[in-house]
Design a protein around this ligand. Structure first.
Ligand code: PLP
Length: 473
């Protein structure tokens, strides 16, 4: 006889249904965009022991509702403008519930046939958007942009340099590249001192002439250039590197070209589409996050390569305990082209969202994000002593406050304090970043539920906080 599990006595059917209903009905805009937990709660949960006998589930639900899930940064809040927000669609939650409820093990085609068919279908769909040929292109869903970048870096390394020469391997990034690339190079065994940071031009694009010169110098010094990483939508300013120019340099020296398009590449689905990314079809690999601008909950991203054989070369391994489920034909099991064996069926939720909303609504949502960034720019330009520093690009812009009587350090401090006060108020999240040594507010307006009133309300408060700070100087 099977063991009687205590779970059976719990009213999970109602508890789960009630929770889902509550979440579907709530209006995020009326809640705090971010809330820091007080120290006594941090102490409570850090010190809480695991009970010998389980506690009452309602007591635990109460702790979850009123404490644990109350004090978080809500990245899908309509006034959460910092980092790259994650405006996860409720359709994506539905996918999460279904894939989690079935606990799908999406490693091998034979175990999760149709979820993996869906994954292959979507990889092909996005590969076509990139201008890749469906055969031999391929790819795999991964947990996020960092993991997509790591997968691409390992693949490029294996393709372009022998292990015994790795100590001479050099890689090229701009100084605006996402920091996950530095981690990826480290994990892939590229020595830190061999990572070349190419300066950017006034538009924050990698300087291609400089790139070419640095590579030539490395070759003369008997180093072994491996890859260049360009960005299609930098985290700071939404800049798209000169992919055509970088491609020419890569072709001249037989280097791998990886394009990190974690959030930016979703603009391929916008009205402007491929015109925003000339030359993207030349990239050997790209990173593309669905949990940013394809409106998915975490964690859902893709690494797509022009030739899937390269992923297979790097990641396929034999294991006798998988013999019975390993595919032996054209169908390649996801576990053979990526790092994970046990993995959720991440594509299913994106498929649900795309099927229900259709490409047209994705296009409208993504266009709307860029429109909101342009609207924000117009408003900032009207505000006294505020300056736009990077113009709206792929739904991101940055701006700063400059009080002419103060020096740069004082202006920077005022801006940081204003950003801190905005977060503490809970109304919006508008953190700073740094561009050319100066603090700027960066707003990424990719949430389709953000209204123009959200933008004007946020800017008015920023202005108020700055003025308060000035008075207290
Ligand atoms: C350009 C870029 N690449 C990579 C990443 C990392 O993605 P993730 O946080 O999903 O690992 C980000 C995150 O914002 C990003 O903006």
């Amino acid at each position: 006889m099977a063991m009687e599990f205590r779970e059976k006595d719990l009213d999970l059917q109602n508890i789960i249904a009630d929770e889902v209903n509550k979440y579907l009905k709530r209006d995020l805009g009326t809640m705090s965009a971010t809330k820091r937990a007080p120290q006594e709660l941090i102490d409570k949960y850090e010190k809480m022991s695991v009970p010998q006998k389980g506690r009452d589930i309602y007591e635990i639900m109460n702790e979850l509702d009123n404490e644990i899930l109350e004090y978080i940064h809500r990245n899908n809040h309509p006034r959460s403008f910092s980092f790259i927000p994650g405006p996860g669609s409720r359709l994506s939650w539905l996918g999460d519930i279904l894939t989690t409820a079935n606990n799908i093990h999406a490693s091998n085609f034979k175990n999760a046939t149709l979820p993996i068919s869906i994954e292959r279908n979507l990889i092909n769909y996005f590969a076509e958007k990139l201008g890749y040929k469906i055969k031999p292109a391929g790819g795999v869903f991964v947990s996020g942009g960092s993991m997509a970048n790591l997968t691409a870096v390992v693949t490029a390394r294996d393709e372009k340099i022998a292990t015994k020469e790795l100590y001479k391997g050099t890689v090229y990034i701009s100084d605006q590249v996402h920091h996950s690339l530095s981690k990826a190079f480290h994990i892939a065994g590229i020595p830190k001192e061999n990572v070349r940071r190419i300066p950017v031009d006034r538009e924050f694009k990698m300087n291609v002439d400089e790139l070419s010169a640095v590579i030539k110098k490395d070759i003369e010094a008997d180093m072994k250039p491996v890859m260049v990483v360009g960005t299609a939508g930098t985290t700071n300013t939404g800049t798209v590197d000169d992919i055509e120019g970088i491609t020419a340099v890569c072709e001249a020296h037989d280097l791998w070209l990886h394009i990190d398009g974690a959030y930016g590449l979703s603009h391929l689905l916008s009205t402007k589409g491929r015109d925003l990314f000339p030359g993207i079809e030349h990239a050997d690999s790209v990173s593309w996050d669905a949990h940013k601008l394809l409106f998915q909950t975490y964690s859902c991203a893709m690494v797509i390569v022009k030739d899937k054989q390269h992923l297979l070369n790097s990641f396929s391994e034999q294991a006798e305990y998988l013999d019975d489920i390993q595919s032996d034909d054209d169908v390649i099991d996801p576990e053979m082209i990526g790092m994970e064996l046990t993995r959720p069926a991440r594509a299913v939720k994106l498929w649900i969202t795309l099927q229900v909303l259709g490409e047209e609504q994705f296009r409208e949502r993504i266009d709307y994000g860029q429109h909101l960034a342009e609207y924000t720019e117009e408003c900032v330009e009207e505000m006294e002593n505020w300056q736009v520093i990077s113009r709206p690009s792929l739904s991101i812009l940055s701006f700063k406050y400059v009080q002419p009587n103060l020096n740069e350090t004082e202006n920077n401090k005022i801006l940081s304090n204003a950003a801190g006060r905005m977060a503490s108020s809970g109304y919006a999240v508008t953190y700073t970043t740094e561009l050319n040594g100066q603090k700027v507010i960066r707003m990424c307006t990719i949430n389709p539920e953000t209204t123009k009133e959200d933008i004007t309300g946020t800017l008015a408060r920023l202005d108020e906080f700055v003025k308060d700070e000035l008075e207290s100087l």
